[in-house]
Design a protein around this ligand. Structure first.
Ligand code: FAD
Length: 264
């Protein structure tokens, strides 16, 4: 089963509270990590490859440093990685990103499944992978929480989707695009051998010219949604009150306060 995994490098949002400029953090600041949801996508791809054979290709669109995220995918066990990086792609939206990723997937060719994360923790559109499915004109399976089974020969896959109202078991034809939620699996740690292999790996970089896209389909020119402003949420004021006294009395006081505040 040949699988393409979509891997985005994102800022470590644990650092977000340490900056007052959210946009600056997204553009250049702070340590960067593999988008956590994409780790579940990588793990799912590796499990499917282990069960059915084939190849896992990790793809990322971003700045040259996104190669580090791809190296994590390689260290976990992906067979190859491709970075798509070109200044012309700057300031796009989820649609321009999806156009670029879909063009790359077509260029890779011979794929059975594309797996992305449910969303990227920085921009959080939860749209890119779904738009990739639309552009490739294949079925999309979002919020996948369980892989029930795949049959590469019959070109089918069965998954369980997480819904607010419960779980939904869906069978689909392959090729398809699916997005992973954290219930799907427990991402493995890269092995020592994997880390050494990834450190030595050469990751090919593709640009706009390699993908046959027009200038008005990508970057700021191709974006349909334009960011007007990015800011951190207002700081919430919190008050702490210590309840003194013997445990029984303190517990009673606490209950009275929770009832008064309509918490219980
Ligand atoms: C400086 C700057 C300016 C921006 N301006 C705008 C703007 O004007 N309008 C706007 O709408 N957005 C803007 N963006 C947001 C940017 O275009 C988003 O990255 C894009 O919209 C994709 O959405 P997302 O990151 O929320 O991914 P989601 O849709 O939440 O991602 C879902 C999944 O898709 C895959 N995926 C997403 N992105 C990538 C990637 N790059 N490579 C590989 N896989 C990926 C991953 O598997 C991910 O888990 C800007 C970003 C920056 C840094």
């Amino acid at each position: 089963m040949n699988i393409v995994v979509l891997v985005k490098q994102v800022p470590d949002t644990a650092q977000l509270s340490k900056t007052v400029d959210g946009l600056k953090l997204m553009e250049e600041g702070g340590p960067r990590i593999v988008n956590p949801w994409d780790e579940y996508a990588i793990e799912a791809a590796l499990q499917l490859k282990e069960a059915h054979g084939g190849k896992v290709t990790a793809v990322s669109m971003g700045k040259p440093e996104s190669a580090e995220a791809l190296k994590t995918a390689l260290a976990m066990g992906a067979d190859q990685a491709i970075l798509i990086s070109d200044v012309a792609m700057k300031d796009g939206d989820s649609l321009t990103t999806a156009r670029i990723l879909a063009a790359a997937i077509k260029k890779i060719g011979d794929y059975d499944l594309v797996i992305g994360g449910r969303s990227a923790i920085d921009d959080n559109m939860a749209a890119t992978a779904i738009q990739v499915a639309a552009l490739l004109d294949v079925p999309q399976l979002s919020y996948v929480a369980e892989l029930k089974g795949a049959d590469p020969a019959a070109k089918t896959i069965t998954v369980v989707r997480l819904r607010e109202s419960g779980r939904e078991t869906v069978s689909s034809k392959l090729p398809a695009v699916m997005t992973a939620v954290k219930e799907l699996n427990e991402p493995r740690y890269p092995s020592f051998i994997g880390i050494r292999k990834a450190a030595k790996a050469t990751i090919p970089t593709w640009g706009v010219a390699d993908l046959g896209l027009e200038a008005d389909q990508i970057g700021a020119a191709g974006a349909q949604a334009k960011w007007q402003d990015v800011s951190l949420p207002p700081v919430r004021e919190a008050q702490v009150e210590m309840i003194e006294g013997e445990p029984e009395e303190a517990a009673k006081t606490l209950v009275d306060k929770l009832v008064a505040e309509k918490v219980i």
